[in-house]
Design a protein around this ligand. Structure first.
Ligand SMILES: Nc1nc2c(c(=O)[nH]1)N[C@H]1C(S)=C(S)[C@@H](COP(=O)(O)OP(=O)(O)OC[C@H]3O[C@@H](n4cnc5c(=O)[nH]c(N)nc54)[C@H](O)[C@@H]3O)O[C@H]1N2
Ligand SMILES: Nc1nc2c(c(=O)[nH]1)N[C@H]1C(S)=C(S)[C@@H](COP(=O)(O)OP(=O)(O)OC[C@H]3O[C@@H](n4cnc5c(=O)[nH]c(N)nc54)[C@H](O)[C@@H]3O)O[C@H]1N2
Ligand SMILES: [Mo]
Length: 676
């Protein structure tokens, strides 16, 4: 028996729960990984997916060496090369492109595969490298941009109530969120509230795992939630249940918003949402008399044309009832706005030689096919699988097929996107590198210490960019900061909520709660807007574009939602044999009436399509889906699903605010598969 070591780390995946984990290392090998029992939010539990983390790390298909493409783009045929060759080739190509077309011809395309501040999202360390080159900026719009922009307009911050305080609510609306699949750690706090007598209401076009556990479920048409919220407010204000003192002291624009509310009697809200008027009235009355009411809304809700407005109207409910001032009241969307790290010191955008344009990650097809002056000539993809996960799949593929595009993909596995790379660089996994994390669903910062040596020739993002900077002969000292130095700069924040949080302490304790007041009722005494007030101005119902389009509905009668799958985390784990077996093939679910109207039967292969493209799926027939809606899930690799998934039919179109994607604002028709 060799020595055994416990190393504290953090789950890096794009999920609000940001778990703290413990790796057991024996003789230099990771032999166990579990949720940290001491972390107040993780409480010892991981999830169906991350329980297989170590199994994933040693899967046969792990990318272990740099590779150069030998087949056609999209074919996925490569030869092994050395790091020296890979870096020299990248340096030469980047150098030539920057010289001929300017730095903006380079697009650093960072995804959410890891949310780590050092290795991940926006490649915080790599960002400095691209800043020095003068590369285009990357607009991280794929996930929560619309809701974030909406809340920032109303509250001055996207930070909402502390999800742990859901335990203090007397009524919880689980609104466009499926936590039992997409972030289950919040459920303990929902259960605690319920034990203390709270009622739980789910609002989702689909009777999800979560909706099945609620006391009540309302199934509106996708994208119509703001109309529902205004209908509820109409009932609340009709009963005189608004908090006049809070409205006067802490809000601006109430009179105009009140008129908007008056325009939405429950009958109108019922017509738009497809819900029963009586149920809207009943829920409105319940909210009117229940203090505090908490709304748990996450990203599913804002993936339609009116996504930003939707979050604004929802945040308006506790502004009208005064629940923003009560512990256990408000909207819990994200806690990111409360994280006051010194991000500017990490990004170093001041290193840019001149201002640069921003390219939007949800419009990759447009960026590669249409953008000029300069055209994108080099694409660096890191911690992202856009071929499977970005709207307008057909256009994305056409863009990536361009002969004159130089594509580098930094990856752990041979994804749909890797198949288009000119050069593939092998990336470490979380237990093999250092990182610093927040959780966007709680208030703790976490340090992830490396537990084992990386396999093969895998390198962390930070080290890859230090080496690339050297290969390009760049002399900016900031490009050579060590991981620890980067973390220290990030932690050097003079915001009071960061008081006492040092790298030493994080290393020792693994995680630290931010120094927010206790209890944390962020908007008790005002908001973070310039006026210090909740801003109602412009808060209105903005309809979904496709779902509300009557003409389009004639050709494509079904509204498609493609939400989180239970077994995959986005496309991560989409290549895990056991999780693929459990999740089964790509399916689409229809209400029995909608299936019968098309002469379709459960288990049959169907084609889900519109004028943008189509994908093949197995049909499931269930009344868990409301009439008029087709439900599928994200995360399935295109190459394992006949070459396409839900994003073949999703439009490359922005939300009303923040430039987010419209995954759940899509119309399709479902028919028998020609393939049989
Ligand atoms: N139809 C539809 N599409 C969607 C959505 C939807 O609801 N419907 N949701 C969208 C949302 S919210 C998101 S966030 C996106 C995300 O979609 P994806 O881009 O598929 O994101 P992930 O699967 O999280 O991670 C992408 C890759 O990052 C790699 N990776 C992980 N850690 C590292 C690392 O340290 N270094 C490097 N180099 N690579 C790493 C993983 O191996 C993985 O292949 O999908 C979006 N796509
Ligand atoms: N198991 C698992 N967990 C995940 C992920 C995953 O892929 N798998 N992805 C992670 C990521 S990147 C993110 S961003 C989060 C996302 O997690 P969530 O915020 O939960 O987002 P979604 O799964 O897109 O949608 C949640 C629910 O909203 C419903 N919905 C869709 N459109 C509407 C609408 O217009 N109105 C209403 N009321 N409901 C609607 C869907 O039917 C779905 O049940 O989860 C994270 N956690
Ligand atoms: Mo996401």
């Amino acid at each position: 028996m060799g020595s055994e070591l416990k190393v504290l780390g953090a789950c890096p995946l794009d999920c609000p729960d940001g778990c703290s984990w413990v790796v057991t290392v024996r003789d230099g090998e990771a032999v166990g990984l579990r949720g940290n029992p001491d972390h107040p939010y993780t409480r010892g539990a991981l999830c169906t997916k991350v329980n297989r983390w170590l199994e994933r790390a040693s899967q046969d298909d792990r990318i272990l060496y740099p590779m150069r493409r030998v087949g056609a783009k999209g074919e996925g045929r490569f030869e092994r090369i050395s790091w020296e060759e890979a870096l020299a080739e990248i340096a030469e190509r980047l150098d030539g492109i920057v010289r001929e077309y300017g730095g903006e011809a380079v697009w650093p395309y960072w995804g959410t595969g890891t949310l780590g501040y050092l290795q991940g999202l926006e490649g915080f360390s790599g960002r400095r490298f691209f800043n020095v080159l003068g590369a285009s900026a990357h607009g991280v719009t794929i996930c929560s941009a619309a809701g974030t922009a909406g809340l920032e307009t109303s509250l001055g911050s996207a930070g909402g109530m502390d999800p742990e305080d859901l335990a203090h609510a007397k009524l919880i609306l689980l609104w466009g969120t499926n936590p039992l699949t997409s972030g289950h750690h919040v459920w303990k706090f929902v259960q605690a509230a319920r034990k203390a007598g709270a009622r739980i209401v789910a609002i989702d076009p689909v009777r999800t795992r979560t909706a099945q556990q609620a006391d009540e479920h309302l199934a509106p048409l996708p994208g119509t939630d703001a109309a529902l919220a205004l209908g509820l407010l109409n009932v609340i204000v009709g009963l005189g249940a608004q908090d006049e003192a809070f409205l006067t002291r802490h809000t601006a624009g109430w009179e105009a918003f009140r008129e908007e509310i008056a325009a939405f009697p429950p009958a109108r809200a019922a017509e738009i949402t497809g819900l029963d008027e009586a149920r809207i009235t009943a829920l409105g009355k319940l909210i009117a008399r229940t203090r505090p009411t908490a709304i748990r809304a996450t990203q599913g809700l804002q993936r339609n044309a009116g996504g930003g407005s939707t979050l604004r109207v929802l945040a308006g409910i506790p502004a009208v009832t005064g629940d923003w001032a009560r512990r256990g009241g408000g909207v819990a969307y994200s806690t990111s706005g409360h994280v006051k790290l010194n991000k500017a010191a990490l990004y170093r955008d001041d290193l840019r030689p001149a201002p640069v344009r921003t390219l939007s990650m949800t419009r990759l097809g447009e960026g590669l096919l249409d953008v000029q002056d300069p055209p994108v000539k080099a694409l660096f993809v890191m911690a992202a699988n856009p071929v499977a996960s970005t709207p307008a799949q057909g256009r994305v593929r056409r863009g990536l097929e361009r002969d004159d595009l130089f594509t580098v993909v930094m990856e752990q596995f041979p994804t749909d996107t890797v198949d288009y790379a000119d050069i593939v660089l092998p990336a470490t996994m979380q237990h093999e590198h250092a990182d610093l994390h927040e959780g966007y669903g709680h208030l703790y910062l976490t340090w992830n210490a490396p537990a084992v040596e990386p396999p093969g020739e895998c390198l962390p993002t930070t080290e890859t960019f230090r080496r690339l900077a050297r290969a390009m002969g760049l002399d900016e000292p900031a490009l050579y900061d060590s991981d620890e130095r980067l973390a220290e700069r990030l932690l050097a924040s003079d915001h009071p909520w960061m008081t006492g949080i040092t790298l030493d302490r994080l290393r020792k304790e693994g995680f630290v709660r931010m120094a927010v007041p206790d209890p944390f009722v962020p908007y008790k005494d005002g908001f973070e807007t310039p006026s210090g007030r909740f801003e109602f101005a412009g808060t209105r119902y903005t309809p979904p574009v496709e779902v509300a389009d009557a003409e389009r509905a004639k050709r494509y009668p079904l509204a498609l939602v493609s939400a989180a799958s239970h077994e995959f985390l986005n496309t991560t784990f989409g290549n895990n044999p056991e999780l693929r077996r459990r999740g089964g093939p790509l399916t689409v679910r229809l209400h029995p009436g909608d299936a019968a109207a098309r002469g379709l039967a459960a288990g049959q292969k169907v084609r889900v399509g519109n004028d943008r493209g189509a994908f093949e799926a197995v049909l499931d027939v269930t009344d868990q889906v409301r009439p008029g809606v087709a439900a599928t899930s994200k995360g399935h690799w295109a190459k394992f699903s006949g070459g396409a998934n839900a994003n073949a039919v999703v439009a490359e179109r922005d939300t009303d605010m923040g430039g987010g994607p419209v995954f759940h604002d899509t119309r399709v028709e479902v028919s028998a598969s020609p393939a049989g």
